[in-house]
Design a protein around this ligand. Sequence first.
Ligand code: PGA
Ligand code: ZN
Length: 422
Amino acid sequence: MVTISYITAHEALDSRGNPTLQATVALSDGTKASAIVPSGASTGKREALELRDGGNRYGGKGVLDACENVRMTIHDALVHKSPFEQGMIDSILLSLDGTENLERLGANAALGVSMAVARAAASSQKIPLYRYLGGVNALTLPVPMLNIINGGSHADNTVDFQEYMIMPLGFENFREALRASAEVYQALKKKLHALGHITSIGDEGGFAPNLANNKEPIEVILDAIEAAGYKAGTEIAIALDVASSELVSEGGYKLSSENRTLSSDEMISYYAKLVEDYPIVSIEDGLGEDDWEGWKRLTQKLGNKIQLVGDDLFVTNAKILQQGIAQNIANAILIKPNQIGTLSQTLEAVALAKRAGYRCVMSHRSGESEDTFIADLAVALNTGEIKTGSTARSERIAKYNRLLEIERELERGRYLGAQLFV
Ligand code: PGA
Ligand code: ZN
């Protein structure tokens, strides 16, 4: 019987140059696998705890304590256990910690191990990770949401909304969808350049120009779609992540670039107008994580027109999602494994969302690495959508390249494209 022979962890660097945890699991059959945990900047306040050392090293962001927790407590509890029982592995991690938000061991310690165990198990069985996690039904290449203009806390520019994304809907397969997106990205660079804007990029590889207000990025992107030879709306649609919990100020939502503060209802009207004027199919975190009353009205107003995604709102937490479902809040959930801390809890959130008819968007974090786990996870769970940055920066591209590879491997792979919203 194959068992876990040891587990260890070390510090690695993420895409912002901050330390993060890399866990390694070795099995008795000689298999070895690692996983690197990502890290957010605009984190939801109900996310599981990311354990940081404090002190002087790395400006307090070191993760040596979390690594130590892996090497001692977690190693001792999981050594000689079966790597093929992910549910058992994850419940041991949760009970070892004993707190609701993994405050003792750290969600970074737990998730690193949880992912590395799954990867080692897949590798030991000599099957791809998506097949191991999803079985024979892992077939759907996700529609990407590519964040091509970055604002908010992911860039030092004037734009308040965090992410302006394109969604390639009118394509037969993932590779053509990705090609079109990459072409739009290049056309956007030219466009911004011609308009005299800077074309330096933000944390997720999107451009970070100083534009006059929060609508202008949409206008420029629409021009770029056209310049690249595609039809805005039918072929390539727009998605936004407002990350509005970050905008909350003095009881409203502060739009610094427009020099005004809006109430929840004013934000809702603002979105209703945007949706009327532009081919927007999805808005994430349109209202703040504590504004559940506003969310109810937002969902009533726009929930049957577009996708409304809860990120900071639900933090990949099945319990919180359950409350949202009960109150008819949002109609989709962003899935970020490190918000909740183990793979099994991530699967639980996806399963609950699907039962309730909520869509799922697999997601990276703004601080990422070369680890491509979420690409396999998106295919395994048939989420149908993935958000993993623009077509720049290798930590983003790594996920797209992994999806291209999966598409080549899958004989009956499917890309939903526009059917996603049918
Ligand atoms: P984060 O941003 O990883 O900084 O939280 C991503 C998002 O808000 O979706
Ligand atoms: Zn978000």
